[in-house]
Design a protein around this ligand. Structure first.
Ligand code: ADP
Ligand code: MG
Length: 346
């Protein structure tokens, strides 16, 4: 397995800065997810790790060796893209073998070796029966597994995936995700997946790289980016969060002029208070609580999701209650106590 180091990578497309000085590291056998909204530079970064495109400045190192200018064909990488079109006129077996058959004659395995390798890969993707079929005869999930087998045929040390399950329905995605994680482990790969789906990133990756506007906002384990978001962007992009504009003075946090029991976290002046739906509970109106009116109460995961609106400077907030906690009624004028929160400077 390979280590990857990306050093201060920048890339412009006709004046537009798609990457603005990105640095990160993938350790050998690590599974990294690049997570961010559309346009944040994830694909651009992955393409430079792959050697499909080259940076204006910065370096890409594999096991310490500078690969910045090395083309993709010389990097021993497997890729899978969203809707990675298989060759329609070729059988599954020929699709999987493709990367081996196009090798230069001296590196090309013999016919029997290629056939053996294809059989192994079909077993690996748990589709031993489909060698003779054509892509049009497969489901979306089967096609993506074949695309993965094709990527793995060349025995890469590094697997790069760009939204590979984007076009598939939720249950298939979930199944393929687990299966991909197992494959990553059994093959001892270093893998980097691009996704805009926070659930996918949190479930799959050892570490998540959160990107926005061509920059890295945070690199951390799923628990770190979820529980301790470094920036307001990470807090609202990774997991659900309630956001309220607050004014902080002398460590006192006020929303719409009312003091809230919350830690100012070193911010002073204008700030934004963030708390996740499970970090609050219903309370008697009073000192330090947030006055709300209840808009809806819906069952959710063995408990309740309460949708409310703050009374002063009205804004929506959502609270998760566990089974057994007192549940308010729609239309109640009541209050919320925030148990944990963070204030970000704005
Ligand atoms: P993501 O994968 O996170 O959605 P991309 O890396 O594809 O984002 O794109 C980042 C930004 O760079 C976008 O604004 C996109 O329009 C721009 N961009 C990417 N590739 C090109 C290109 N070849 N030419 C011009 N602009 C590009
Ligand atoms: Mg992309």
């Amino acid at each position: 397995a390979l280590s990857i180091v990306v050093e201060d990578l920048s890339k412009r497309f006709s004046g537009f800065a798609a990457l603005k000085g990105v640095s990160l590291e993938a350790r050998p056998k690590e599974f990294l997810a690049l997570l961010g909204p559309s346009g944040s530079g994830k694909t651009t970064l992955l393409r430079m790790i792959a050697g499909l495109d080259f940076p204006d400045s910065g370096r890409v190192l594999f096991d310490g060796a500078d690969m910045t200018e090395t083309p993709a064909a010389e990097r021993r990488i497997g890729f899978v893209f969203q809707n990675y079109a298989l060759f329609r006129h070729m059988t599954v077996a020929d699709n999987i073998a493709f990367g081996l058959t196009v090798r230069k004659r001296r590196d090309r395995p013999g016919k029997a070796d290629i056939a053996r390798r294809v059989t192994e890969l079909l077993d690996l993707i748990q589709l031993p029966e489909i060698a003779a079929r054509y892509p049009a005869q497969l489901s979306g999930g089967q096609r993506q597994r074949v695309a993965l087998a094709r990527a793995l045929a060349v025995e890469p040390q590094l697997l790069l995936l760009d939204e590979p399950f984007g076009a598939l329905d939720a249950q298939v995605r979930k199944d393929l995700r687990r299966w991909l994680r197992q494959l990553h482990e059994t093959m001892g790969l270093t893998s980097v997946i691009v996704t805009h789906d926070q659930e996918e990133a949190l479930e799959l990756a050892d570490r998540v790289v959160v990107m926005s506007q061509g920059k890295i906002e945070q690199v951390g384990t799923p628990a770190e980016v979820y529980d301790s978001p470094a920036t307001a962007f990470v807090s609202q992009f990774v997991g659900e969060t309630n956001r309220l504009p607050v004014a902080v003075s002398g460590g006192r946090v006020a929303y719409a002029g009312m003091a809230l029991a919350a830690d100012a976290g070193g911010v002073s002046g204008d700030g934004e208070l963030h708390f996740r739906p499970h970090q609050a509970e219903m309370a008697e109106p009073g000192e330090g609580t947030l006055a709300v009116r209840i808009d809806a109460v819906r069952p959710r995961g063995g408990g309740w999701r309460v949708e409310a609106t703050t009374r002063d400077d009205p804004r929506p907030v959502e609270i998760d209650l566990r089974e057994g906690q007192a549940v308010p009624h729609v239309g109640d004028d009541t209050a919320v106590r925030v148990r944990a929160s963070r204030v970000y400077a704005v």
